[in-house]
Design a protein around this ligand. Sequence first.
Ligand code: ADP
Ligand code: MG
Length: 666
Amino acid sequence: MDISLSQIKGIGPARLKAFEAAGIRTVRELVMFLPREYRDLTQTVPLCELKAGDTAAVKVRVAGEVSERRARRLLITKLYVTDDTDTVPVLWYNQPWLKKQMAPGRELMLYGKAEHKQGYVTLVSPTIESAQGLVPVYRSIAGIPPKALRQSMEAALKLCEGQWPDELPESLRRRHGLCERNFAMRNAHFPDSREALEAARRRIAFEELLLYQIALRLFRSTGRTGARMAFDDDRIEAFWQSLPFAPTNAQRRVLNEVAADLRSGRAMARMVQGDVGSGKTAIAFAAIALSHAAGWQSALMAPTEVLARQHYEAAKKLLEPLGMKVGLLVGSLTQKQHRLAHEAIASGEWDVAIGTHALITEGVAYRHLGLVVTDEQHRFGVRQRTQLSEKGDAPNVLVMSATPIPRTLSLILYGDLDISIVDELPPGRTPVATRIVPESKRPGLYDFLRREVAKGRQAYFVCPLVEESEAVEALPAEVVYEDLRTNRLPELAIELVHGRMKSADKDAALERFRTGEADVLVSTTVIEVGVNVPNATVMVIENAERFGLAQLHQLRGRVGRGTEESWCFLMAEPNPRLKFLCATTDGFKIAQKDMELRGPGELFGTRQSGTLTAGIGALAGDAELLKLSHDEAKALMAAPDEPDSRAVVALARERFADKLRDVAVN
Ligand code: ADP
Ligand code: MG
């Protein structure tokens, strides 16, 4: 199984390279690359029953001629298909080759989403299917077309058929009713049935969750002693007094928990979770001030340069008056500035270094580093977090996260951290008014936007990130951007930001929005992190039904930062899930609901993909599975000398050795 991919028929040098770039070198690694979802082609829907919002398979034939139309960078191919129950338009973007293939009368199986377009239920960018049953859909790998990936997967599975050793102890497998490994791998990719798929998912997810939790527990037991900090309680009060506002009770409580950790002599490993706007930054700055009072240096790492600069500005205002020297280290500094920053950090001239992951690059040496804060933790992997703490001698680690996560899930994702929750917002905030806007009311939205912009306000448009597939060439954000510029709001200044842009262009566009030069910012979910534009009062979320509630809630937190009334518009047909969001502002309640409705998998999302196997999101099963695996991990760790425990711990080390390299030293 650990043989090279080159053994597989159809994988030549070019494909080999492409796979390698995605971190897949061996047959085992390929087979562990699990589908993120499945297309259900077992049942087709008659066109007359197709509703906007549905994702479905339809069996149709091409009715009439294909038309093509250009809108700037978009080529829109349109045709009508029929199945005798009805006739429905189909749209594709930037797929010039389709026109030739779509002769009238051709029979097709299409799979995709129906949306309202100009008043008609329309299939948008469906895939053309030749397979049957439950078809796996994989995260896209650059240079490997989806069909080729499926074929390689089939060949790989054939090659190692019956050969997966079942590494989980038999007794454990029986106790939890887990299916056999070979069955699991085959059915995770090419399910025989829904039931077989469920059994396969359960087996793989359980194993993965169990091993991950054990690895985290191993990690946790290392590096216990840490920088012990001594400071008076007066320091805490003095910090609160120095703020322009009174702290909330939640802020006080969490800082007290942090202070107790700092004084304990055990290296702190604590995550602070709180809704966007709950005032986590003040807590981080307070911890930094305490660390300074005790004679230690601190570092604060943010996931983006924009966010790092924002923190730097705030820290200068707040911490310098308290006698601290604050410095900024980000990738875009000149060479000379880099050198000076490195010197200032090494000499201890800077009491606080704020920056991006430039803070953990090789050349940076700290002086008496006692506290490490990382903001927006989910953007960093466990590895990066530990890299920064390796810069000191077991410094205290504080992680700030704006993603409220139900407790059961926190235990698993962050088993290596203690958790504090900031469950209170500062007073005087007006909650963001959230409304569902069905397609039929779209024109009214644009009128509203024009009025808001006329009042000097700004708006975000957020579009879901779709996986590329055969059918989707253009990003939804690009489609929306072109539509706004050319049709809907041509008189406004509109900017576009998405993940495929160069970061300099991205920063420039963000900057134009921040300064107010641009009225509207269209983006994928990249703005989720960091942008703070108090003047932005409107958030429009396209295809809102595709987002998890927790994510929608986070996006909504980007507005409502100033004193003006703010709005969030969910572009979707109304449903109970979205209605719940309109009626609730508590991030933890929302996260809990999200988990109940969609399973914890959605909360894992792609964020955790750096730590867990691709596909675990879809595989994470249900809350019960999380609990089972959690309890099992606990039991195994409590009896380390049992043969089962030894076997599983060895497996956990092996499986997560790369990802949690630090674990292996124990
Ligand atoms: P987040 O938890 O999202 O990081 P921030 O720390 O950025 O939130 O705080 C959001 C805003 O609220 C900031 O402008 C901050 O100055 C302000 N703020 C924080 N704590 C309080 C408080 N206790 N009272 C009033 N305003 C506060
Ligand atoms: Mg923050």
